[in-house]
Write a protein that binds this ligand. Structure first.
Ligand SMILES: NC(=O)c1ccc[n+]([C@@H]2O[C@H](COP(=O)([O-])OP(=O)(O)OC[C@H]3O[C@@H](n4cnc5c(N)ncnc54)[C@H](OP(=O)(O)O)[C@@H]3O)[C@@H](O)[C@H]2O)c1
Length: 290
């Protein structure tokens, strides 16, 4: 799997990304296996957030980097900030809220760098749109973090097109992605302007829960012909369906099983026929397109 630009101004990521959201219950050994299986399959980009695993996943991953410092130059690290929730690890927070103040973003980046045992992040995302977001303050914060070499690129997650355009307006460099939920069980971004926006900005969406969080139900009878035609599994077809979109979607895998990472990596070699793509859309819509 070759690296592909997420945006014309960078960064370049593996087309399939490994997400660590569900890794908090795993042993150190399994975490290391998941990292190495990803790398063996050409998946070099890893998606984190400060809050994953009640603030434990970055550290779990960082321990593998601490053990083998040579890993860092082989991978790209994405993390997110801006969500705060009540937790024994964050006793000062009593209500779930968003915080995109300079103080919090800067603190969060420093903490992520420490947890991940690295001196820079390849990409930092604002995790959710914050109704109290001050774009001047966020812009100044991003500029300082970039100038310090602590964060190379910036993006957002779960932003509407107008929220993305608004923040972009205040930034001296491009937002390189909007990380959103897209899958055969979440097709709204095809029609609500989310993917149009990415094409317009020369950016790519990162797709979270590309298999619907494991809840994508494949009706055996109708899918069977396609698995035979493409010699592919249901999940490979579901990923190939995302990869077909001209906006160059980067799916983020959520599996905790190394063999499923290997299986998913092969989906980049599947080029779905246009009619198969529309037939899969028909199944999830329950009707043909108009
Ligand atoms: N930006 C955001 O707001 C946001 C929100 C949610 C997630 N994310 C990111 O997106 C990543 C992926 O999300 P997700 O975990 O919901 O993704 P997903 O790949 O749609 O779902 C993964 C789940 O599906 C299960 N699964 C069942 N059959 C599978 C198969 N054949 N292949 C692979 N998995 C299968 C997995 O179980 P096993 O572990 O048993 O394989 C796992 O529980 C997260 O790790 C995180 O990085 C971002």
């Amino acid at each position: 799997m070759t690296l592909q630009p997420l945006h014309s101004k960078g960064p370049s990521f593996s087309r399939i990304i490994t997400g660590v959201w569900r890794w908090h219950t795993l042993s150190t050994e399994t975490v290391e296996r998941l990292i190495h299986t990803s790398l063996d399959e050409g998946i070099t980009t890893f998606d984190h957030a400060d809050i994953y695993g009640d603030h434990s996943c970055e550290e779990l991953f960082g321990n593998a980097l601490k053990k083998d410092a040579s890993l860092r130059e082989k991978i790209q690290l994405v993390t997110k900030c801006g969500i705060k929730f009540s937790s024994a690890k964050r006793p000062a927070t009593w209500v779930k809220h968003y915080d995109t103040s300079e103080e919090h973003i800067t603190w969060s980046v420093e903490n992520s760098l420490k947890m991940l045992h690295t001196d820079h992040l390849d990409l930092l995302l604002i995790h959710r749109p914050d109704p109290l977001l001050d774009p001047h303050e966020v812009s100044e914060t991003f500029v300082k973090l970039k100038a310090a070499g602590k964060v190379l690129h910036f993006g957002v997650s779960n932003f509407t097109p107008s929220q993305f355009e608004m923040l972009q307006h205040f930034l001296p460099f491009p937002l390189v992605t909007n990380q959103i939920e897209i899958s055969l069980s979440r097709i709204d971004p095809l029609f609500n302007g989310d993917l149009d926006l990415m094409l317009k900005h020369g950016a790519s969406a990162m797709a979270w829960s590309p298999l619907g969080g494991g809840k994508l139900h494949f009706e055996e009878r109708v899918w069977f012909a396609k698995t035979a035609k493409y010699n592919a599994s249901y999940s490979q077809l579901a990923l190939a369906w995302l990869l077909k979109h001209p906006s160059t979607i980067f799916p983020i895998l959520g599996t905790t099983k190394p063999e499923r990472i290997s299986e998913a990596a092969k989906s980049v070699d599947i080029n779905l026929d246009r009619q198969d793509w529309f037939e899969m859309l028909k199944w999830v819509m329950g009707r043909e397109v108009d």
